[in-house]
Design a binder for this molecule. Structure first.
Ligand code: URA
Length: 255
């Protein structure tokens, strides 16, 4: 591997939140695996699903030079890379304009998204549509939901809509990173703390980091509240703030 490829690969791992890579001496595959995994009989095309404490950063290939959303979707395939495959009905890859100047990243599909295979189609999604269409119209911008791209950190619904676990985010994050790298938007809106954590590696709550520009691989990132949070009663202030954040991002991306 040449130095430039190695540098790009290490940068990719850093973006995935991997802080440490262990170089192991070459070993027979069965010896290199954790005990439990080594004992399991591997089935063709199916990788054993590690439990969270078995997770060690694996070397994840970067996207190919001619990467595209279609290639990424094919690479995801009928994914069995983590436990979220067990209860999902559909993989929710993403939807919208593949050359969008603005991309919204949510946490993971809910029940409606899992049933339809499309992101943000439930109640939170309806609010998101209203926010995009309404704010753009108010600002005199001819932008509708179909003009942006919308996807999630994890592509399968976490059971009971729980927050995705770190290893699930790490495994699925590679596909999110490839989607964003292919689309190359001018700006990204992180909807909620999970998306902000996946892209920015921040530990602070969304209230602390929202409303300010951050950076992911030279793309401007605006974290804001997740629409599900805004649907809760008594969040009038948060709603106002989210609308302001969206206005900023729309003008930055489309002016
Ligand atoms: N919440 C999310 O984070 N993503 C969706 O697609 C739907 C609800």
């Amino acid at each position: 591997m040449d130095r430039e490829t190695l540098r790009r690969q290490l940068e990719f791992y850093r973006d995935l939140g991997i802080r440490e890579l262990r170089v192991e001496p070459r070993a027979q595959p069965a010896q290199a695996l954790p005990r439990a995994a080594a004992q399991a009989e591997p089935q063709p095309g199916v990788r054993p699903i590690p439990s969270p404490n078995q997770m060690t950063p694996s070397l994840i290939p970067m996207g190919p030079d001619n990467d595209s959303l279609e290639v990424i979707r094919q690479d995801i395939g009928d994914c069995k890379r983590c436990r979220l495959c067990e209860a999902r009905n559909r993989i929710v890859f993403g939807s919208g304009n593949e050359q969008a100047r603005l991309v919204f990243v949510g946490e993971g599909p809910g029940a409606d998204e899992d049933a339809q295979g499309l992101p943000f189609v439930g109640r939170a999604g309806q609010l998101l549509t209203q926010m995009i269409d309404g704010t753009a119209a108010k600002e005199g911008m001819a932008i509708r939901r179909g003009d942006v791209y919308i996807c999630n950190v994890v592509k399968c619904r976490p059971p009971e809509n729980r927050t995705p676990l770190p290893d699930e985010m790490e495994i699925c994050g590679q596909f999110l990173f490839r989607q964003l790298t292919v689309i190359q938007p001018k700006a990204i809106i992180c909807l909620g703390a999970t998306a902000a954590k996946a892209l920015l590696g921040v530990k602070e709550g969304i209230t602390k980091i929202r409303g300010r520009w951050h950076n992911w691989r030279d793309i401007q990132v605006m974290p804001t509240y997740h629409p599900s949070y805004l649907l809760r009663p008594y969040n009038q202030n948060a709603k106002r703030e989210a609308w302001e954040d969206l206005k900023k991002a729309l003008h930055y991306a489309y002016d």
